[in-house]
Design a protein around this ligand. Sequence first.
Ligand SMILES: Cc1cc2nc3c(=O)[nH]c(=O)nc-3n(C[C@H](O)[C@H](O)[C@H](O)COP(=O)(O)O)c2cc1C
Length: 134
Amino acid sequence: MLQLTYISTGTPGLSGEQIRDILRTSRANNFRAGLTGLLLYDGYRFLQALEGEPSAVMATYNRIKLDPRHRALVLLSQRTVEVRSFGGWAMAAQRVTIAAGETVADLVDRMTDTLEDKNMRELFRGFARVRQAA
Ligand SMILES: Cc1cc2nc3c(=O)[nH]c(=O)nc-3n(C[C@H](O)[C@H](O)[C@H](O)COP(=O)(O)O)c2cc1C
């Protein structure tokens, strides 16, 4: 299985409705294509991991790259994995509601708690902490 992770910058002025559209489409398409992953959006940048059959991952990534709702995609990692890191999620994608007293970093910690893959967990947690500091 292929697993890739990239970071991108959202087009300025993206609305909540546009984000919801991306999620809706992603979940439906990814479920059909047997892809799983995680998408984080902090109001400025996207961080996404996608995993599944190489041809399905690449076909989807090639579509995503052309999407005008973001730009400046940078591929962070691309590797072959035996086991999915995000097996349960057709696209656990969120700008999720943060509980009272919780920080974005706490939230990402919570979302990634069950990730077996330590590198992935650190990547996502690091992203949340950098954005919080910025
Ligand atoms: C940040 C971001 C992440 C996306 N992630 C996915 C994804 O995981 N799967 C997917 O099918 N489309 C994703 N898309 C949407 C694609 O770019 C594209 O619009 C969509 O796949 C077209 O699907 P449709 O032909 O069913 O409308 C994403 C778009 C953006 C901006």
